[in-house]
Design a protein around this ligand. Structure first.
Ligand SMILES: NC(=O)c1ccc[n+]([C@@H]2O[C@H](COP(=O)([O-])OP(=O)(O)OC[C@H]3O[C@@H](n4cnc5c(N)ncnc54)[C@H](O)[C@@H]3O)[C@@H](O)[C@H]2O)c1
Length: 374
């Protein structure tokens, strides 16, 4: 099977783990040919570090007939523009999250890709890791019965304490829901099915944030978006959910994700990890009243395996099957995230468009890391 060839756009903070994994643990499954960034220094630095070509512009990368997939690691307001350019050039595209910052942008990327016959994939891909896949397997096996409710919470105090360029977190397309919601909601759709309807409330504790990262200590950033967003969620299968995402909370012990079924409950590992490095997967069966730890032994990729989603898409192209971290899935998640704020403003439920066939296939159990999967 032909190895799909990837060009990376955006050589910032997150590009290292992608480039490290795609040229490391995934090197037998895909090839990274080149990278580009508006900053010459960044693109040349990453190119040298990972042994790929530095390309001067996105246009030059799109003109390269050897590139099959554009991996878009730019900041959120730029995602849709880069995706659209890639799709119009006849390339498949896999974007960092969120898919876009408006529903119109997302629709135009997905619509254009359909017309051109190319694929759109989107982060996060953490739900393909051992943590959430083990939970999915337990749910599919009926261990907790029918899923009736879920809860999710992402509480922190923002990113200006560590990120050297934190502005985008506080501009349109940023905020706790658009930034972290994709991990939580993608995990929930994978575990409980597509989202059909949401309600929401939102607010903002600080109009200005003061950076404390070593590079920008004392600089300020104006906050354009809501920094505390809560929502109620209805799933197609009938389950009811709640979510809190916040950049305004100093400390919280609310569990990250719990899934409750008719026969038991699951406490899910941090969906911003692949299974390791956060909380354990816990199962409580029926009336036992006790959590038991579930080992993540059946599935690979429990370490930081960013790139897993684009590799799944690359394999899916060769195998002519749907890829898991799909644009449709990201579209459902984006619509829910925007829907919470629309509902908060209007005081009414927000009904999502019908995307009922986008719950991704579960990963195959027992595949060794680095081996091909279907
Ligand atoms: N930093 C993290 O820990 C993290 C984790 C997971 C996901 N993400 C996501 O990854 C994306 C990138 O985040 P980041 O932290 O790496 O941001 P960053 O600002 O560090 O890097 C983004 C890079 O994209 C480049 N860029 C912007 N527009 C471009 C264009 N038109 N053509 C070429 N290059 C362009 C910028 O010059 C910059 O180097 C965001 O969507 C973010 O949500 C970040």
């Amino acid at each position: 099977m032909k190895k799909q060839v990837i060009g990376v756009v955006g050589c910032g903070n997150i590009s290292d783990i992608y480039l490290e994994n795609l040229t490391g643990i995934f090197k037998d499954l895909v090839e990274v040919k080149s990278c580009t960034d508006l900053s010459r220094q960044r693109r040349e630095e990453k190119a040298e570090k990972y042994g790929v070509e530095a390309v001067g512009s996105l246009e030059d990368m799109l003109a390269d007939p050897e590139i099959d997939i554009i991996l878009n690691l730019t900041t959120p307001p730029v995602h849709a523009g880069v995706d659209l350019a890639a799709v119009q050039a006849g390339k498949h595209v896999f974007s960092e999250k969120p898919l876009a910052v408006t529903l119109d942008e997302a629709a135009s990327v997905l619509g254009e890709a359909k017309q051109k016959g190319v694929r759109v994939g989107c982060a996060p891909d953490t739900f393909l890791g051992a943590g959430i896949q083990t939970a999915r397997h337990l749910i599919d096996e009926g261990v907790i019965g029918d899923v009736v409710s879920v809860s999710a919470c992402m509480a922190c105090h923002g990113h200006e304490s560590w990120h050297p360029n934190p502005e985008f977190y506080y501009q349109t397309g940023g905020g706790p829901m658009m930034d972290m919601g994709p991990y939580y909601l993608t995990a929930l759709v994978n575990l409980a099915g597509p989202i059909t309807r949401v309600a929401g409330m939102a607010n903002k504790a600080f109009g200005t944030r003061i950076m404390t990262s070593p590079e920008r200590n004392g600089d300020t950033v104006e906050v354009e978006i809501m920094t505390h967003v809560t929502g109620a969620i209805e799933f197609a299968g009938g389950a009811a959910g709640t979510i809190i995402t916040s950049f305004d909370i100093w400390k919280s012990d609310i569990p990250r994700i719990e899934v409750h079924g008719t026969k038991g409950s699951l406490s899910i590992p941090d969906p911003n990890t692949f299974g390791k490095g956060g909380n354990e997967l816990l199962l409580c069966k029926g009336s036992s009243g006790e959590w038991e730890t579930v080992p993540l032994t059946g599935f690979s990729y429990e370490e930081n395996s960013r790139g897993l989603g684009v590799v799944d898409m690359a394999l899916a192209i060769g195998q002519d099957r749907p890829h898991r971290a799909s644009g449709e899935l990201a579209g459902n998640v984006l619509e829910a995230m925007i829907g919470f704020e629309i509902a908060a403003e209007s005081g009414k439920y927000y009904e999502l468009s019908k995307r009922l066939n986008m719950r991704p296939a579960a990963m195959v159990k027992g595949i060794k890391a680095g081996a091909r999967w279907k």
